[in-house]
Design a protein around this ligand. Structure first.
Ligand SMILES: Cc1cc2nc3c(=O)[nH]c(=O)nc-3n(C[C@H](O)[C@H](O)[C@H](O)COP(=O)(O)O)c2cc1C
Length: 357
């Protein structure tokens, strides 16, 4: 992608600088997204763990703070297949850990949130609310959903972790692809968690997709400062999407334990684990990642059913002042995160990028 390509994407998204704050379920907030959009980037809301009503509320909170572009992100995973045997064995495995905090695990696990691929209320809400941008993670929805969102004038983005997924994104009529490298924090956007993972890094994936596709490529994974943004623009990306860099910002919803871990030596070790939610995701190494290390994928309940247990265990531990069981999603660049107000972070990123370019 040339400078021209970057300008084309900025026009599509109606933003002033090639910086996208990643949607982050549980961590991004309307205040964070508004601060980023008001500073000229693209603020994003992760609504993958909420329903249509919750999404509407978050969009309204954003709009009370900013008239600018907003990206609303949904999860497009295949709905979970429940398996009572795997789920009860998982509960039994975690029972002693709950006991350490004087708690009992849930008696059964449920699919705690719905995939966008089957959520008609969410589709109707997005069409009615018409955010400037809607983005997809963990897959792409059926053609009629893409058509309906496009017909409402919404610009669409989707994550891909390899060339095949990226081709499916382009073929689906999505406007731009987010090239998510293996370095990235949070859930890996792989479409089919049962297929082998190519584990491509941001550098190689960005180059592969820029050469392969006619649509703009947005690079994501391990980008923490203006030098990183400039580097991916030089690789041909039209913009950069940063998640972990914004976790430390003052407007994020990261709790005290998460922030403390991010600014400690712990930030130097991240691990990819499916044991917290049921799908591979990159997290700061903590008590939870140690507990599930080495567990085979077959023993872990489906996403997001495993997350039901993970969230309950974290709540039990937190109630006793132990923060080491949180889903502290972070990418490999975590030690470079800065605790700044988001507007200041964006202006610093722009300055650093200009120096580097
Ligand atoms: C705390 C956290 C939560 C995330 N949640 C989402 C999400 O809800 N939807 C999504 O598309 N990506 C999510 N991601 C992944 C980001 O979109 C992006 O790929 C990643 O943050 C880029 O890598 P970086 O964290 O090294 O910047 C999340 C990442 C983090 C760190």
């Amino acid at each position: 992608m040339s400078l021209e390509g970057s300008r084309h994407l900025l026009e599509l998204l109606d933003i002033q600088c090639p910086i996208i704050q990643a949607p982050m379920v549980g961590t991004s907030t309307p205040a964070l997204a508004a601060a980023v959009s008001n500073a000229g980037g693209l603020g994003s809301l992760g609504i993958g763990a909420t329903n249509a009503e919750g999404a509407r509320k978050m969009i309204a909170e954003f709009r009370a703070l900013s008239p600018r572009s907003l990206n609303v992100n949904v999860f497009c995973h295949q709905p979970a297949k429940l398996d009572a045997k795997i789920e009860s064995a998982w509960i039994d495995r975690l029972r002693p850990e709950f006991a350490r905090f004087g708690a009992t695990p849930p008696s059964q696990l449920t699919e705690i949130y719905r995939s966008f691929v089957e959520d008609d209320d969410m589709l109707a809400t997005l069409i009615q609310e018409r955010p400037k941008v809607v983005s997809f993670h963990l897959g792409v929805p059926a053609p009629e959903r893409v058509r309906a969102l496009r017909a409402a004038g919404i610009t669409l983005l989707a994550s891909a972790t390899n060339p095949e997924e990226a081709q499916a994104v382009a073929d689906a009529g999505i406007h731009a692809v987010v090239a998510q490298g293996y370095e990235a924090g949070g859930h890996r956007g792989v479409f089919d968690p049962d297929s082998p993972d190519s584990r491509l890094g941001t550098f190689a994936l960005t180059r592969l997709l820029v050469r392969q596709l006619d649509i703009p490529v947005i690079a994501a994974g391990g980008i923490m400062d203006g030098a990183g943004i400039a580097a991916v623009l030089r690789l041909g990306a039209a913009a950069a999407q940063l998640g972990t860099a914004f976790v430390g910002s003052l407007e994020s919803a990261a709790d005290e334990g998460y922030r403390a871990a991010l600014t400690s030596g712990a930030a130097h070790r991240t691990v990819m684990t499916a044991g917290i939610s049921g799908r591979p995701a990159r997290c700061l190494a903590n008590r939870f990642t140690a507990l599930v290390a080495g567990v085979s994928a077959r023993e872990i309940p489906a996403y997001p059913v495993a997350y039901d247990a993970g969230k309950a265990l974290n709540a039990a531990a937190k109630a006793k002042g132990e923060h080491g069981y949180g889903a502290q999603w972070a990418g490999q660049g975590a030690p470079l995160a800065r605790a700044l107000p988001a507007a200041k972070l964006v202006s610093t990123l722009i300055e650093e990028m200009q120096v580097a370019l």
